[in-house]
Design a protein around this ligand. Structure first.
Ligand SMILES: [Zn+2]
Ligand SMILES: [Zn+2]
Ligand SMILES: [Zn+2]
Length: 143
């Protein structure tokens, strides 16, 4: 397989004490090249030379380390996107609005639109918030 060598991603793996493997670098390069999240089926297709178990492990470890975050689209499919907030190990800060296009089904991270602080009723303790907007994306609106 082609190993995309990019110092930025190698540095990122170093930072998280992860071994710099070809598949890991490929996942990072692929995800950061897109302006939308990547769905699990798309990832599997793009990483066809990597077996599924390895791919899931990569996604899990990246999520755990605060490198990528998972969002579910309207169909319940997992999508992954690189974290742009200051996420840390086991502590994500990706509380931005996610936009799911109903035509192309792409999930966009609207990083500039952070979620408001919700005052939960007493007794509720949230681990995270997910807020979606659905409709048509700029790409589909052009057509
Ligand atoms: Zn995150
Ligand atoms: Zn669209
Ligand atoms: Zn996001």
């Amino acid at each position: 397989m082609t190993v995309i060598t990019n110092n930025k991603f190698e540095h990122l793996l170093d930072l998280h004490h992860l071994k710099k493997t070809g598949p890991r670098l490929k996942v990072l390069a692929m995800m950061s090249a897109k302006n939308t999240a990547t769905s699990q089926p798309d990832l599997e297709a793009l990483m066809e030379d990597v077996d599924r178990v390895t791919l899931y492990r990569i996604l899990n470890v990246f999520e755990e380390k605060g490198i990528i975050h998972k969002v579910f689209d309207l169909n319940g499919t997992a999508n992954y996107a690189i974290c742009t907030s200051n996420c840390q190990e086991h502590l994500h800060h990706d509380e931005h609005l996610h936009f799911n296009c109903t035509i192309c089904n792409k999930v966009y991270c609207l990083n500039d639109l952070s979620l408001p602080a919700f005052n939960l009723p007493p007794g509720f303790k949230a681990d995270g918030f997910t807020l979606y907007a659905s409709g048509t994306c700029p790409q589909c609106n052009k057509k």
